[in-house]
Design a protein around this ligand. Structure first.
Ligand SMILES: *Cc1c(COP(=O)(O)O)cnc(C)c1O
Length: 389
């Protein structure tokens, strides 16, 4: 049996895959088992932020793996504490809790918000308001938080205590809050929900309102974080400081990690044995993440991401068959003129461009260090594909 046949026989069919088995990669290019070359503007859904097999990244993780590959969280680990220190130095936050994925980081944020409220106000103040079209993960609780009806199926009962507000409507959010509300959870740019960029005024109003009511503002930066939008974290575009953010995808540069960060005020809420994970903060993954932060967390790199985003948008807008483009940095959604985005994505892959979709949009999350020439090539393949179909 080949890879695809084995996958189909032995792996649960939770994903509709493109018809490609990827074998290796370098920079922005991946190669399948037959040796066919692909330009990748999806980077494993915004995970491989430095592309494939970045030399320094590979060195950082292999060196760490050859020293010590894992220790339990009952012991101290230098790469892990270094990463926490770096994250806090680069942000307004003062404490970190590591996990292995975005969903887990959000679980931690939810537990933290509820415990803060429990400690201060007692039982019953535990509701969290999230936004329509959001995506927060696949656990039973993060599905509850996800504001898309299609996800609220089959797996009943879901975790209670979540309400969904329409995005960018401050009055609606305000109306949904009451004395049971402990937190508001939002993505500044909704990725899976269709690259929807929240209004600045709205986010600022929510921040002020939350401050007045001692409601915690949680920003899910799982997709938007790690320089994806041209800032280290997307909330920086909004002139606000959330109480809690969650980070994952790009943070590990390709290895699994999640992080929940909080401000000083929440730093002591989670006490021993209130939360934990076997793998969270793994030294190999943290060594990789430390390298990622060294590369991306500087003004020069961040400004390049912004410039590349603008460059790509301009090119896409000149492409026949493209109706509109929305982007913040290198988080890019492309609306097509009367063509099905998924069909076009499949054809792009056949033409050597790895691209994904979100709702009815084509979506690009290229490696952050992609070159201008590679961006040109991506647009050319897309243009050709749109012409052919
Ligand atoms: C991908 C994503 C998640 C879930 O992350 P996993 O690592 O798949 O658990 C949560 N929130 C947002 C905004 C995401 O894009």
């Amino acid at each position: 049996m080949n890879t695809k046949e084995k996958d189909s026989k032995y792996i649960m069919h939770t994903y509709g895959r493109y018809n490609v088995a990827l074998k290796e990669g370098k920079g922005s290019y991946a190669y399948d088992e037959e040796g066919k070359k692909y330009l990748d503007v999806s980077s494993g859904i915004g995970v491989n932020c430095l592309g494939y097999s970045d030399e320094g990244f590979v060195k950082a993780i292999t060196q760490q793996a050859s020293k010590i590959q894992h220790i339990s969280n009952y012991f101290y680990s230098k790469p892990t504490s270094d990463l926490a220190e770096k994250l806090c130095a680069l942000t307004p936050f003062s404490k970190v809790c590591f996990s292995n994925s975005g969903a887990e980081a959000n679980e931690c944020a939810i537990k933290l918000a509820r415990k803060y409220s429990f400690d201060k106000y007692g039982k019953g103040r535990n509701e969290i308001i999230s936004l329509n079209n959001s995506f927060h993960g696949r656990t039973i609780t993060t599905l509850s938080a996800t504001g898309q009806e299609v996800f609220h199926n089959y797996f009943f009962p879901f975790t209670e205590g979540f309400k969904i507000a329409p995005a960018n409507n401050f009055d609606a959010l305000k109306d949904l809050t009451d004395d049971k509300t402990c937190a508001v959870l939002m993505e500044c740019v909704q990725g899976e929900g269709g690259v929807n960029i929240l209004d600045k005024e709205y986010v600022k109003k929510v921040r002020t309102f939350c401050d007045e009511k001692d409601i915690l503002l949680i920003v899910d930066e799982v997709q938007t974080g790690i320089a994806r939008t041209g800032k280290l974290y997307a909330f920086e575009h909004y002139d606000i400081v959330p109480d809690i953010i969650t980070s994952a995808k790009g943070l590990g540069g390709g290895l699994p990690i999640g992080a929940c960060l909080c401000t000083q005020k929440l730093g002591e809420v989670m006490s021993p044995s209130t939360h934990g994970t076997t793998f969270g903060g793994n030294p190999v993954v943290c060594a990789g993440a430390n390298y990622v932060l060294e590369k991306v967390a500087n003004k020069e790199f961040l400004d390049e991401v912004t410039k590349k985003g603008e460059y790509l948008k301009e090119k896409l807008l000149k492409t026949e068959g493209v109706k509109s483009v929305r982007n913040l940095g290198l988080m890019v959604g492309i609306e097509l003129k009367d063509k099905d985005a998924h069909d076009i994505a499949v054809k792009c892959v056949e033409n050597g461009l790895l691209i994904i979709t979100a709702k009815n949009l084509l979506r690009m999350l290229p490696p952050l260090n992609i070159s201008y020439n590679e961006l040109d090539e991506a647009v050319n393949i897309l243009e050709k594909t749109l012409k052919e179909n």
